[in-house]
Design a protein. Sequence first.
Length: 339
Amino acid sequence: MQRTAWARAILRLVIGVSTLLVIAALLLGLAGRSGAPRPAAAAAVARDGLSPGVPARPALDPPPAAPAVVIPIPAAADPSAAAPPPPPAPSPAQDLAFDDYFIHVPPGVADPAPVLVALHGMGGDGRGMCDGVRAWADREGWVLVGPTFPYGDWTDPANVANEGPRFLPRLAAILDEAPAKIGHAVQPRVVLYGFSRGAQLAARFALLYPERVRGVVVMSGGTYTLPLRETTVGDATQPLPYPFGVADVAQRFGRDANLDALRSVPFWIGVGAEDNDPTAVPTQWGPYIGATRVERARRFAAVLRSLQVPAQETEFPGLGHDISMTEHDQALGWVQGLP
């Protein structure tokens, strides 16, 4: 009985081992089939790309290609068009001196430039008169023109009458040539800014060339030419020749006073309230415009307004025959407000 049990155990062991060997062989065969092609099949390849004796397989349609993705590439930027050109550098300031006049051009002036004509008094000169308003001109962008005129005896009406045909047309010629001298276009109508003897010249230029004048600043004028062809003194009406009036302007200058055009020229008239000494002015103008600079400023403004010419007259307390900072500032403020 004991031998039989051992025999049965040995038999079961043999069967188990055999079974394991069979399973292992099967697994090895499967692994061989899933590997690389057999060498014989791989070596037997004809020229047409097929193995001998192996029927050709139908070609399969290639898988559809994925749609191309196009990424736009910007064109190379044109360096000249990449950015607007830089603005031109502001023009520099200019100080130009000629035979009988001076010009100051502010930095960065815009065309057409406004022009202020600075007219000096007795003993002065164009450059010195311009220096008094240079800071304002640079700030506001105005070209300054300062003639230097050799004034004679301003108390003699005959001398004043003879100087007119010399100085007034010469000022017109200076303004004509100024644009070429400075290399800038200028506005066709100028502002006149005169003190004392220069104030008289400014007012007379406006009477003769009103179409060229945008406005007139008259400070401390001692004599005036009234825009009248005649006046009444006492009970008598009499002609008013130049330099008192404009009765004979056409004969003296070759052009008449255009009183209609004068109505488009505003005047700013300033005078020191203490500039009231009758011995400081020539008496020949007395019957027409009064005995002192204060009276004469009032009379001149009144005559202008009677002709519908815009006129503002201002008297400055405590001021004699001079230009105060207050007067300077008010006059230039008025200039800036001109249309």
